[in-house]
Every structure is written in structure tokens, then in C-alpha cells.
Design a binder for this molecule. Structure first.
Ligand SMILES: *[C@@H]1O[C@H](CO)[C@@H](O)[C@H](O)[C@H]1NC(C)=O
Ligand SMILES: *[C@@H]1O[C@H](CO)[C@@H](O)[C@H](O)[C@H]1NC(C)=O
Ligand SMILES: *[C@@H]1O[C@H](CO)[C@@H](O)[C@H](O)[C@H]1NC(C)=O
Ligand SMILES: *[C@@H]1O[C@H](CO)[C@@H](O)[C@H](O)[C@H]1NC(C)=O
Ligand SMILES: [Zn+2]
Ligand SMILES: [Zn+2]
Length: 461
């Protein structure tokens, strides 16, 4: 019996015992999209071997109308993504857009003007598709020229971007945005709810301008104050940003933040976790979560990493075949508490759409796929534990991670990379996790093996 069959049987058996609870909460819905990375050079009609600048010379024999796994998004994919969103949920309460708009090409092929034009084009299509929807938009490390070099002070690109996003920003938001690329507002102007949009590109280790600065653009002290005031005012908060803290699950030991910034970010979340109801980030182009725990070890916050729209296979050394299908996701939330009730991820099978016809489909619903009641920190901790201790959940998670692009089996090392990245955002705790999980037969693994054995006996005797 292969892994897939064993898992199918197991899920069927487990589902017999589900008692599904219905509740009467007032539900709202919003979209989260990330990493659109439009490549204006994409050209299916061209005769050259590579059809786009972002392939960096990699061959693209299957380049189609909606894109290629070696390229960033063609305009048809951007347009198709926005059409799909409008088709599935035309009137969301709001949209979270976590940046990275430009193609992966050398700086020399871009410039301030092209970067701003691309941000402008994407802003325009989002605005025309959702003319009456509030968008909370964070800058990505690719939304600057030269890329990654976000200054901790006033500059032309923050200013121009604030102008492009004029309709989405309150006057006070525009002011802080121009200084540091961050802002806060009441969520949809409602009392008791708040969003904090951060510019975590300031903490990226590739950013040379913030290397020796303790608190770039005073963002940490600003965020601390904002969250302190929010607590005083009994507000619930969503945190939005692009580059996440912690580690990349597809490459062992690969962190993005500088060490001291990583620590300070965790401190901020720990201090204010009582009011934070979700963190929404991108940058990985993969679908994953990051858990935050109290000093006593209880789950206090979950960060949701949205898959990218671009299918681009990363050129990061050490990552093998790191592509993804274009993904978008819808959140269901409790409008009284901002608790995340569910997450539904939709995707385009790029191969299928290129060959047969344009198609977006549901990939999975969190509560169904992982059998949890909602996406609270406690539930996400259970999801993580299931992935960690059960091969079937690990494999399912692994396929979702690349939005059904990489369907190979996630073996022992792969399990360690993913589980430790999800569980430990802190640098030292991550290292410890890698050592601990790397040692083979832990109790949960043994338990899973036993359970699988029992289930297979049950099914096939
Ligand atoms: C964008 O999508 C709409 C709706 O699917 C379609 O009518 C239009 O032709 C598309 N435009 C481009 C440039 O692909
Ligand atoms: C992008 O924006 C520029 C103006 O800044 C416009 O000329 C161009 O047609 C736009 N391209 C697309 C594909 O919308
Ligand atoms: C929200 O409040 C701001 C300032 O308080 C105001 O400028 C804006 O028009 C309001 N927006 C809506 C949609 O009510
Ligand atoms: C995507 O589409 C291709 C071509 O139709 C198909 O071979 C592949 O199995 C599909 N992938 C998934 C995850 O459905
Ligand atoms: Zn990106
Ligand atoms: Zn990025």
C-alpha cells in the first residue's frame, strides 16, 4: 500500500469520528494575495529559448499563455488572478496585499521609474477590479530600486508609492508611510479593530542601509506604542508585512531577518499577543505557518504565509525545484473578535491552464484538511503537531506548501526543515529543534508508525 492510499483510508476512518460544531458567529471574508512579480518582458510569441527576462536564461520549452515555472507572471496571469478573485468573492470586506510586484531580474534591467510603473500597474488593476474595497498594502523587498535597499528614512519611492495608494491610505497613514513604509489604521474605520502594516524589509539581512541601526525608521518603538495604545482601547489587531521573521522551510538554516531584529520582532509579538489576532506575510511564495509561543510554551500567535501568484522557480542555491502554482487565499473571520475561522486557498494548475483552458479551483480548506475548528493559535499549534507527528498530514501539508506543484514525498530531512521552521521562529530554538528532530525515532514518530500499521491492518484484512 503506498503512502497516498494509506492516507486516504486513514482520513476516511478519522472522519467517521468527527462531530462538527456549528456556531453562530458573524463571519466576514477577506482576500490575501502576495508576490505577483509581474514580468513585463514575458513573451510567448518570441522565438528565443527563454521567453522572459526573469528566467535568467533558463530554457522555457513549455511557456504558455499563463506563464512558465521558470518565469515571473505574464500580464495574462495577473489579469486572470484578479478575475478569479472577483469571480469567487467579488465583495470582500477588504484585501491584504503583501508586495513584491517586480520581476526577478538584475537591478540594471530595472530602475526607479520601471519599479514605480509596475507598482502602479498592479495597483491599477486591483483598484479597477475592486473599486470599492479597502486594500491594506505592504511593500516587498522587490518594490524598491535597487531591490532590498529600503532606506530607514524619507525617500522618493515611499513618497510615490504612498501617492499611488492614496485611495487606500488615511492622511495619517500616508505620513508614516513616507517616512518608513509603515502605517496603522482602524480596520475599516471600526472602533475596536486595527491593522498594523509593517515594512519588515528594513530587517532583511540583504538591506545594507539598516545594518548598524538599532531600530530602523523607529518602526519597533512605533509599533510597540501603537500596540500598547490598541490594548488600552480594547482593540484587536492584524499585523501585515512582507519579509517574515524565522526560517525558510525549503532551505535549512536560511533566515531573512538579521539576528537582533528577529529577536526584537518575537519580543514585540510576545508582549502584545493578547490583542494580535493574526499575522499575514508573504515573500516565501510558499504556503506555510509560523508559530509564536509564550515563554511558558503555550501557542500565542500564528503567522500565515500566503503562496505567491508568480510560479517562478527560485534560484536560491540549495533549493531544489522550488516552484509553485499561482495561489490566492480567502480568510473567513469572526467580525466581532477578528478570530480567523478558516482559510480557503485557491489555485491555478499552470500546466493545465496553459494546455487545456484557464482554470482556478479550490485547493483546500484549512479546517477540513487538518481537522481543526478554526485558525486560532491553539488550532494552528494542533495543525503543526499533526504535520510533525503524522506522515499523512506531513505529505498533505508538503503538497500544499508548493500549491500542488511539488508532489514528491517529503522524507525525514524535509520533515525537519518544515517542522522546525513552522515551530521555531527564534534562531537558537530553531537550531535546537533541528538537532532534536534530526535524531530519528521520537515518540510521536513511533506512535504514527504504530497507528498506520493498525489502520492498514484494519483496512486490508
Ligand atoms: C482580463 O480578464 C478579462 C476577464 O476574464 C478578459 O475579458 C480580458 O480579455 C483579460 N485581458 C487580458 C489583457 O488578458
Ligand atoms: C502600465 O502603466 C503605464 C502608465 O504608467 C501604461 O502606459 C501601461 O499601459 C500600463 N500597462 C498595463 C499592462 O496596464
Ligand atoms: C475613515 O476615517 C477617515 C478619517 O477618520 C476618513 O478620512 C475616511 O473618509 C473614512 N472612510 C470611510 C470609508 O468611512
Ligand atoms: C495539473 O495539470 C496537469 C496537466 O493536466 C496534470 O498532469 C497534473 O496532475 C495536474 N496537477 C494537479 C495537482 O492536479
Ligand atoms: Zn517574492
Ligand atoms: Zn520578497
Amino acid at each position: 500500500m503506498n503512502l497516498t492510499m494509506a492516507c486516504v483510508w486513514k482520513i476516511i476512518l478519522l472522519n467517521i469520528f468527527i462531530v462538527s460544531g456549528r456556531s453562530n458567529v458573524m463571519k466576514g471574508y477577506f482576500w490575501h494575495i502576495s508576490d505577483l512579480h509581474w514580468d513585463p518582458s514575458y513573451d510567448v510569441g518570441s522565438n528565443s529559448a527563454s521567453k522572459c527576462a526573469s528566467s535568467g536564461g533558463r530554457p522555457t520549452p513549455n511557456a504558455g499563455r499563463f506563464g512558465d515555472y521558470s518565469c515571473d507572471s505574464p500580464w495574462t496571469l495577473i489579469n486572470s488572478t484578479l478575475s478569479a478573485m472577483r469571480g469567487i468573492l467579488p465583495d470582500p470586506d477588504f484585501i491584504i496585499w503583501t508586495g513584491d510586484d517586480t520581476p526577478h531580474v538584475p537591478d540594471e534591467q530595472l530602475g526607479v521609474e520601471p519599479v514605480l510603473r509596475i507598482i502602479g500597474n498592479l495597483t491599477h488593476i486591483i483598484k479597477t477590479t475592486f473599486p470599492n474595497t479597502k486594500v491594506y498594502s505592504a511593500m516587498g523587498n522587490h518594490d524598491y530600486h535597487p531591490k532590498n535597499q529600503m532606506p530607514p528614512e524619507k525617500n522618493n519611492i515611499y513618497e510615490q508609492t504612498a501617492n499611488l495608494w492614496h485611495d487606500w491610505l488615511h492622511a495619517a497613514s500616508k505620513e508614516t508611510f513616507k517616512i518608513g513604509g509603515y502605517y496603522t489604521e482602524k480596520l475599516l474605520n471600526q472602533t475596536g479593530f486595527r491593522v498594523v502594516v509593517l515594512n519588515t524589509n528594513l530587517y532583511y539581512d540583504q538591506n545594507k542601509l539598516t545594518e548598524n541601526i538599532k531600530d530602523p525608521a523607529d518602526q519597533f518603538s512605533w509599533a510597540d506604542k501603537v500596540l500598547q495604545d490598541a490594548a488600552k482601547n480594547n482593540e484587536k489587531v492584524y499585523i501585515i508585512g512582507h519579509v517574515p521573521p524565522g526560517f525558510f522551510e525549503k532551505k535549512r538554516d536560511k533566515a531573512w531577518f538579521r539576528k537582533e531584529f528577529n529577536k526584537r520582532y518575537i519580543d514585540l509579538i510576545q508582549k502584545h499577543s493578547a490583542i494580535i489576532q493574526g499575522q499575514f506575510f508573504g515573500h516565501h511564495h510558499t504556503d506555510s505557518i509560523r508559530m509564536f509561543y509564550s515563554s511558558k510554551g503555550s501557542p500565542i500567535s500564528a503567522m500565515f504565509l500566503a503562496p505567491g501568484v508568480t510560479p517562478w522557480i527560485t534560484t536560491l542555491p540549495g533549493v531544489i525545484d522550488g516552484g509553485n502554482n499561482p495561489g490566492i487565499r480567502m480568510f473567513e473571520y469572526d467580525t466581532k473578535t477578528l478570530l480567523i475561522k478558516d482559510i480557503i486557498t485557491y489555485y491555478m494548475n499552470l500546466t493545465y491552464s496553459n494546455v487545456v483552458h484557464e482554470r482556478w479551483e479550490k485547493e483546500y480548506r484549512l479546517t477540513e484538511a487538518f481537522r481543526v475548528p478554526d485558525a486560532s493559535p491553539a488550532s494552528m499549534h494542533r495543525v503543526m503537531e499533526r504535520i510533525s507527528s503524522d506522515k499523512c498530514y506531513l505529505q498533505k501539508y508538503y503538497e500544499f506548501n508548493s500549491v500542488n506543484y511539488d508532489l514528491t514525498e517529503c522524507h525525514a530531512d524535509c520533515r525537519v526543515d518544515h517542522v522546525c521552521a513552522m515551530r521555531e521562529v527564534d534562531f537558537e530554538a530553531y537550531e535546537k529543534c533541528v538537532v532534536k528532530e534530526g535524531g530519528s525515532f521520537t515518540a510521536p514518530v513511533l506512535f504514527t508508525l504504530l497507528l498506520s500499521l493498525m489502520l492498514s491492518l484494519l483496512c486490508f484484512n
